[in-house]
Design a protein around this ligand. Structure first.
Ligand SMILES: [Cu+2]
Length: 164
């Protein structure tokens, strides 16, 4: 019998998984959903609301973003924006579909996470935590960097998974 390196590696992985299962050890799998480049604009003094933008890369099957929450604001909601007759309208949505293999971008002028009733002013250089809940992937905690009101950090243009 001739076993390829790949076959042996796979066999080794199966054995490791079986051993982990027997021992009751959780096996960390590559996450299907990755949230990256999360940012929000700094808010002026007295502003009550803010918006968070980010990218969701889905390396697994179809999923849905069904919830957002943060301790940085009284409430967080998923919003879509559309221009109708020259007027920008924001609309709350209960869920955002994330197709299999897709990268969904929440960006200015489009879908965003709206923060209502900020606990404190969003100041450039600070970070706030945000928890995203996906129907299949479960909860994912992310770190949102607050940037100068002029725009996103340069890294927002990077699409690499582990780019700084
Ligand atoms: Cu909004």
């Amino acid at each position: 019998m001739i076993a390829t390196h790949r076959g042996l590696a796979r066999l080794g992985r199966i054995v490791a998984l079986a051993a982990a299962a027997v021992l009751g050890v959780a096996v960390a799998a590559e996450p299907a959903i990755r949230v990256q480049n999360a940012w929000a604009r700094a808010t002026p003094p007295g502003a009550q609301n803010g918006a968070v933008y980010l990218q969701i890369a889905n390396h697994g099957g179809a999923d849905r973003l069904v919830g957002v929450r943060t301790s940085a604001a009284h409430a967080a909601e998923l919003h879509t924006s559309a221009t109708r007759d020259g007027v920008v309208e924001m609309r709350r949505v209960d869920a955002l579909p994330i197709a299999a293999g897709a990268t969904v971008e929440l960006a200015p002028g489009g879908t965003h996470v709206m923060l209502f009733g900020l606990a404190a002013r969003l100041e450039a250089g600070a970070h706030v935590g945000l928890t995203l809940t996906f129907a299949n992937a479960g909860e994912i905690d992310i770190d949102v960097v607050i940037v100068d009101a002029r725009g996103p950090p340069a890294t927002t243009h990077e699409h690499g998974h582990d780019a700084p």
